[in-house]
Design a protein around this ligand. Structure first.
Ligand SMILES: Cc1cc2nc3c(=O)[nH]c(=O)nc-3n(C[C@H](O)[C@H](O)[C@H](O)COP(=O)(O)OP(=O)(O)OC[C@H]3O[C@@H](n4cnc5c(N)ncnc54)[C@H](O)[C@@H]3O)c2cc1C
Length: 598
């Protein structure tokens, strides 16, 4: 049986020693009173909920999956899911970082992010039910009418209702411009919506009394393509003027997908049969409104993979400490045992360190990003808000794609640490590998994230946002250039920072002649950018660890941090050289291949 311990020590380190989160929050009026003790108390309670209530349901959820009653269209979630959700609502967790105007507690996003990492470590499938709700909340909060906000936000905030995002159709996934679901205006200002959606996470379930679907559809006069898509709020049960539930709406689950992982989450085929909905935002501007939800969801997907990387690492480490097999190459280490622990083998350590470096690097990046979101939402200075928004936009595809790609590498490495037992169900490791795989696909595949990063966020503004991130690297390099202890971190980081400018310029120049050059380089490019960002945070974490050690702090946490930073820069970061080489191979080697595919 796997186990899970919330990584509170590392969260505290990042929040207080690296990101200095309370000082940053004090500059934001809604969070001016926030103190470290409150943060700690929330994280400790959240960690308890995740490890004691949600984690024990992870394997049972995987084994049982969800069941659809084809007669009633109701979906039953695995044993224990509904009761755990009721406990979650009772504990006030859904409202943690929601707007107090709608019943929220108004805590910073950075706190919610820590909670979500822990929930995802404990049980990704379960966590998707409240996770998607948060995206629906954000979209309605940003684009809903006052009536929609009053109707939906208090119930989404309290968690009494959940939300979904209904984009995908059988013939349309990445290219939403192809979608066909139709919305017919009614005399009373509402719309009747008809069409078929597939792959809708949490589309139907038994945990709440109502589900608010945010549905993309076309108005009769809509222009073709992505410029003709509108967004609608479509509740499972219509809501009466007094807030009580009325008739069952014409949106129901027609089938459940059978899938590789996240079995405890209902992935639904949704049929809309003249379902009644209201327009969210402007006609034909649905994608812009939905993007609010998708950006929240993209960072959320990064948190899913961060959670899986952490829990896989913890269990692989526990196994490696217990498992004895073969002798160390440098001589017997445990003479009283018939063999040494597998921790004596360099490659086992490499696999464990890979997972640890990706978990802790991912945590640093996502908490940094969450704090930027707090600044974007709550800082009084418009210039700071704009700067934060620009950095969030740049980093979002990296959070989504780099962390999820790393989780696939890391969970697979952790499975390898367990040898054959990693492949056997009862150990729980193979579930982490299966669950991690979807994170690279949904919310825009990782290829689409890389095109977003290189095409829009970097080349689209002549590298201006990237240069701003680069300025933080330069400041760190300048501050530490005389410090010999930091050289092993700072030198490779500074070198990549310089190379990045030329590398980006080369792709941009080639793309002027041939747009396929962007598509051919983008995935490698995102991985290089991911390492640049991780390298920056690993150098900062090493900097703090070195300072604490120099000050005489004997907490082994700092030695472990330093050793992991050394491993990261020596064994993972150097893949940037081969990635730049493969990116430079250009598009011809991919596109002049018609004979291969004839
Ligand atoms: C378990 C699960 C849960 C999901 N939950 C939801 C949900 O809640 N709501 C929802 O609306 N959807 C959901 N989805 C759908 C998911 O977001 C889509 O599967 C995803 O966006 C990809 O679309 P597709 O499957 O149609 O693949 P396609 O778009 O057909 O892509 C196929 C391949 O072509 C590549 N490709 C496509 N276009 C380009 C391009 N322009 N450039 C380069 N490569 C390209 C893709 O990267 C991919 O490798 C879910 C899917 C799954 C499996």
């Amino acid at each position: 049986m796997p186990s899970y311990t919330p990584p509170l020590r590392d969260m505290q380190f990042l929040l207080h020693e690296v990101l200095h989160v309370t000082e940053a929050l004090h500059a934001m009026p809604p969070h001016a009173e926030m103190d470290a003790d409150t943060l700690t108390a929330v994280l400790e309670e959240g960690g308890k909920f995740a490890s004691e209530v949600i984690f024990p349901l992870n394997q049972v959820g995987d084994e049982q999956g969800c069941q659809l009653d084809t007669r009633t269209h109701e979906v039953k979630t695995p044993d224990g899911f509904k009761a755990a959700y009721a406990q979650y609502v009772q504990g006030g967790w859904p409202s943690l970082s929601c707007d107090p105007a709608y019943g929220g507690q108004g805590l910073p996003i950075v706190v919610n992010q820590c909670l979500y990492e822990m929930l995802n470590s404990a049980n990704q499938a379960w966590t998707m039910y409240p996770g998607l709700t948060h995206g629906a909340y954000e979209a309605l909060h940003a684009h809903g009418t006052e009536a929609q906000k009053q109707c939906y936000l208090p119930k989404l905030t309290s968690g009494e209702w959940t939300g979904t995002m209904c984009l995908t159709e059988p013939h349309c996934g990445t290219d939403l411009g192809l979608l066909r679901t139709k919305a017919e205006p009614q005399a009373d200002g509402t719309y009747r919506i008809t069409g078929n959606k597939i792959f809708i996470s949490a589309g139907e379930h038994d945990m709440v009394s109502n589900i608010v679907h945010l549905v993309l559809a076309r108005l009769p006069d809509a222009p073709a393509g992505s410029k003709g898509i509108s967004l609608f709020a479509v509740p499972k049960f219509l809501v009466l003027d007094d807030g009580s539930l009325g008739e069952r709406n014409g949106i129901y689950c027609g089938g459940l997908e059978h899938k590789m992982g996240i079995h405890g989450n209902a992935t639904c085929q949704m049929v809309l049969d003249g379902a009644l909905g209201t327009l969210v935002g402007q006609p034909h501007k649905g994608l812009a409104a939905m993007f609010v939800m998708m950006n929240v969801a993209r960072i959320g997907v990064g948190m899913q993979s961060l959670g899986l990387t952490e829990v896989a690492y913890q269990n692989a480490l526990a196994y490696a400490k217990e498992r004895i097999q073969s002798r160390s190459l440098t001589g017997v280490k445990s003479p009283n045992q018939p063999a040494d622990s597998i921790l004596v083998h360099p490659d086992v350590r490499k696999m464990l360190l890979t997972a640890k470096a990706y978990a802790e690097g991912g945590r640093a990046l996502s908490l940094h990003c969450a704090l930027l979101v707090d600044q974007e939402l709550s800082h009084p200075d418009p210039a700071v808000r704009a700067e934060a928004a620009e950095q969030v936009a740049l980093l979002t595809p990296i959070v989504k794609a780099f962390i999820t790609d790393n989780a696939w590498i890391a969970t697979s490495a952790c499975m390898q640490v367990l040898g054959g037992h990693g492949f056997i169900r009862e150990w729980g490791m193979e579930q982490y590998v299966r669950d991690a795989r979807i994170n690279m696909i949904y919310e825009g595949t990782n290829t689409i994230q890389s095109l977003d990063l290189l095409g829009r966020k970097v080349l689209g503004n002549q590298g201006a946002s990237l240069k701003k991130f680069g300025a933080q690297i330069t400041a760190l390099v300048m501050a530490e250039q005389g410090n010999e202890d930091m050289a092993e971190f700072i030198q490779p980081l500074a070198k990549l920072g310089q190379q990045m400018t030329q590398f980006t310029g080369e792709i941009g120049y080639k793309a002027l002649q041939n747009a396929d050059e962007v598509g051919a380089a983008a995935v490698d490019y995102l991985r290089v950018a991911g390492h640049l960002v991780f390298g920056y945070f690993w150098a900062r974490m090493a900097q703090v660890a070195l300072q604490r050690i120099a000050a005489g702090d004997r907490d082994p946490f700092y030695q472990a941090k330093l050793q992991t930073a050394r491993f990261y820069f020596a064994k993972l970061f150097p893949e940037t050289a081969s990635l730049m080489q493969t990116a430079r191979a250009g598009s011809a080697v991919l596109m002049d291949t018609d004979a291969v595919f004839a």
